[in-house]
Design a protein around this ligand. Sequence first.
Ligand SMILES: Nc1ncnc2c1ncn2[C@@H]1O[C@H](COP(=O)(O)OP(=O)(O)OP(=O)(O)O)[C@@H](O)[C@H]1O
Length: 541
Amino acid sequence: MNASSPPAAVELRGITKRFPGVVANRDIDITVRKGTVHALCGENGAGKSTLMKILYGMQKPDEGTITVDGAQVSFHNPADAIACGIGMVHQHFMLADNLTVLENVVLGAEKLYGIGAKARKKINEISDAYGLNVRPDALVEQLGVADRQRVEILKVLYRGARTLILDEPTAVLVPQEVDALFDNLRELKSEGLTVIFISHKLGEVLHVADEITVIRRGTTVGNADPKTTTTKQLAELMVGSELPSPETRESTVTDVPMLTVKGLRVAETGVTPVPKESPKDAYGHEGAQVGRLLLDDVDFTIHKGEVLGIAGVEGNGQTELIEVLMGMTTPDAGVITLDGADITKAPVRRRREGGIGYIPEDRHRHGLLLESPLWENRVLGHVTERPNSKGGLIDIKAARADTERIVREYDVRTPGIDVTAASLSGGNQQKLIVGREMSHHPKLLIAAHPTRGVDVGAQAQIWDQIREARRDGLAVLLISADLDELIGLSDTLRVMFRGRLVADADPATITPEELGSAMTGAATGHLEAPTDPEHAKDAAR
Ligand SMILES: Nc1ncnc2c1ncn2[C@@H]1O[C@H](COP(=O)(O)OP(=O)(O)OP(=O)(O)O)[C@@H](O)[C@H]1O
């Protein structure tokens, strides 16, 4: 350690963790210095989450030591880690929607400051100290994604964390929210707290991290200095080889409609009916008589060979749109036509058989059977289709062989096809789903965050596969929180806000910042290209 560098907040030495058939962590050494933001980068399955679960007491290492503030520790569960000042904010937020911020924060930590005035004072103090801007009495269900994340951070700080682990914290945020989060992280740092974060977004890593550790195939391959490293170099360090360069934009859009949606309307049922005396619904729209409209007069057409991208902050109707298109719910009004056939009331299976592929937004709830082996997951949603089925029965041999093919072609890192989906790393679970859905050559792909949690190499590969299928006439509805993905893949872009499609943009000229600002409701109609299109393209890259 050089004389001027701060002391270690956390030291991991010789950490090894084995699972059946896999060494997830192999002799890992990391020093995280006090008052720094330390990024962990690496391919899908490299071992990042496993290492953080070990540091947070969720898993026990087979070998190695953990030192916190100079003292060696041994964690049996997260409570032990919290007691030593280690806190973790998971990618899937763990808040109770129907409780207030204060109730969520004190839940399970009542012994610290009670549940009344003292707790409220502490919450306000923490919120002020780190610029978190959290309101103790707000109901969590009324908060947006970024606010919820701040509540999660506050929850961890309230429990006395001095080192915070954030697992892909920016995956769900728009650019402006990412900037605000990074401001919060700087505040934490300036107060002497330490942040460790996992991210696949290499530009952001270089922007915010003080130190970067790269993990490849379970072991540390080196540190990168964010001041002198480029995203390309960082990616190459992760992958161990050069990445393919992105292909140039080409249009394959035809004038043959594949999916047409007209006047789609979905009202929230059974929840907070608008009082008679109030002429407005929960969104503030005039004249509403029912619960708020989750989808309000949504119209669009996707043609063969076209990717329609829908941008929007999560919770603005995207989930409801997908559910209606897949047949999980019936709309209150509107017509859905797939390749000339009215499917408005068709059951899910008919839509699937009619050629809809589906990459769900929540892969754990809708994409996989976590406790089932990979080959059974390959059959999921495609039970009646080839090669899974023959003569009305599941053809186990063919399904297994095809699972092996998907694992190979989509580079799903796994010791075999008989392990459970739960044992795959997040990114590898995603690759399996994408492989399964693309294997049936859909006419329409409904893709929600198709590359969420996948590394830059796998992301480029999935984009290529979607582009190639588009060339052959695939129509895609793309919903994504990744604005580079939306801009890079879409032929047409629309912005969804409070259940309506409020704006459209040309993906060739729009910048992520402009798109992000329209997503917060700041701009409607056609988003004009800036006067200097070259500048816009540079910004979008
Ligand atoms: N509970 C488990 N049982 C068996 N194998 C596991 C388990 N958890 C993780 N693994 C394996 O350990 C390896 C490392 O996984 P880990 O989730 O740590 O990767 P990661 O770097 O976080 O990946 P990603 O970027 O995809 O989230 C993978 O091969 C994974 O399949």
